[in-house]
Design a protein around this ligand. Structure first.
Ligand SMILES: CC(C)(COP(=O)(O)OP(=O)(O)OC[C@H]1O[C@@H](n2cnc3c(N)ncnc32)[C@H](O)[C@@H]1OP(=O)(O)O)[C@@H](O)C(=O)NCCC(=O)NCCS
Length: 233
């Protein structure tokens, strides 16, 4: 399928590499909100404009799909909605070296980077990033527009609610629930549930503050399995 990558930054480069390695889609170019970048090239692909270019690219070049290469969880979710409003498909980018159990379920606009391990019966929502070398163990549920950073390790039956961020190298023990839009710091070891909209750091992880300026994720269209089951505040 002909597709574009939305976001001409470092994460966009990673996704281009994934799609080239996966040999699944023909990446026509990048889109980026920074219109000053239009016409420039990155990694052999042209930056074709911003999201407003999508209808033209669909009609003139036959572009059918897009993957959103934006690290910010809320922006990634919003851009995914805008792509679908243009009747384009959201494409998954899964590196061939990632290892997924046969019964893992995936949403749309899912990025699984090199070396990631996703074990039996995991459910991965829309617009999720499972970054380089992370481990998501059995029966874990990873909610819409979350980011599991490089090298993070989630034990079995972990739930990560929508919009949450699990930092590089963090460890989460089994059956823990990470609340929506919370932030788990780099290297933290989480041994109990994390409340929504909070930042936790350290070993063992402790809450240091609320997440400022968070979006309201509760109106998201999220899979039934991820509907909030924790108290909201
Ligand atoms: C947790 C984090 C988001 C906090 O960032 P911040 O909001 O700017 O907070 P600050 O840097 O002001 O730190 C606040 C306090 O938390 C501590 N802290 C921050 N990050 C920490 C970490 N990873 N481990 C332990 N303590 C940490 C700081 O030392 C500071 O403590 P103090 O108040 O006693 O001085 C950030 O440090 C972090 O870990 N980000 C993850 C980055 C990452 O994984 N990137 C990968 C991208 S793919």
């Amino acid at each position: 399928m002909k597709c574009v990558i939305v976001g001409a930054g470092g994460h966009g480069r990673v996704i281009l590499d994934i799609l080239i390695n996966a040999k699944e889609h023909d990446v026509v170019g990048f889109l980026d909100s920074n219109t000053d970048l239009a016409g420039r090239r990155m990694d052999g692909r042209q930056i074709l404009g911003d999201l407003s270019a999508l209808p033209r690219l669909r009609d003139e070049l036959g572009v059918e799909g897009a993957v959103i290469a934006i690290g910010d969880n809320g922006v990634r979710r919003d851009f995914a909605d805008r792509v679908e409003e243009q009747d384009l498909r959201l494409v998954n980018a899964i590196h061939p070296s990632a290892n997924l159990a046969h019964n893992v379920t995936l949403g749309r606009n899912v990025v699984i980077a090199a070396g990631a391990l996703v074990c039996a019966h995991c459910q991965i929502g829309d617009s999720v990033i499972l970054n380089t070398g992370c481990i998501v163990d059995h029966e874990s549920m990873i909610g819409t527009a979350t980011h599991i950073c490089p090298g993070a390790r989630l034990a079995g039956r972990v739930t990560v609610e929508s919009g949450a961020f699990v930092g590089i190298g963090a460890t989460v023990i089994q059956s823990v629930r990470i609340g929506y839009e919370s932030v788990v710091a780099a290297g933290a070891v989480v041994i109990g549930d994390v409340a929504p909209l909070t930042t936790v750091v350290g070993v063992p992880a402790r809450e240091i503050k609320d997440v400022a300026g968070a979006d309201d994720f509760t109106d998201w269209l999220i899979p039934e399995f991820m509907r909030p089951q924790v108290s909201q505040r």
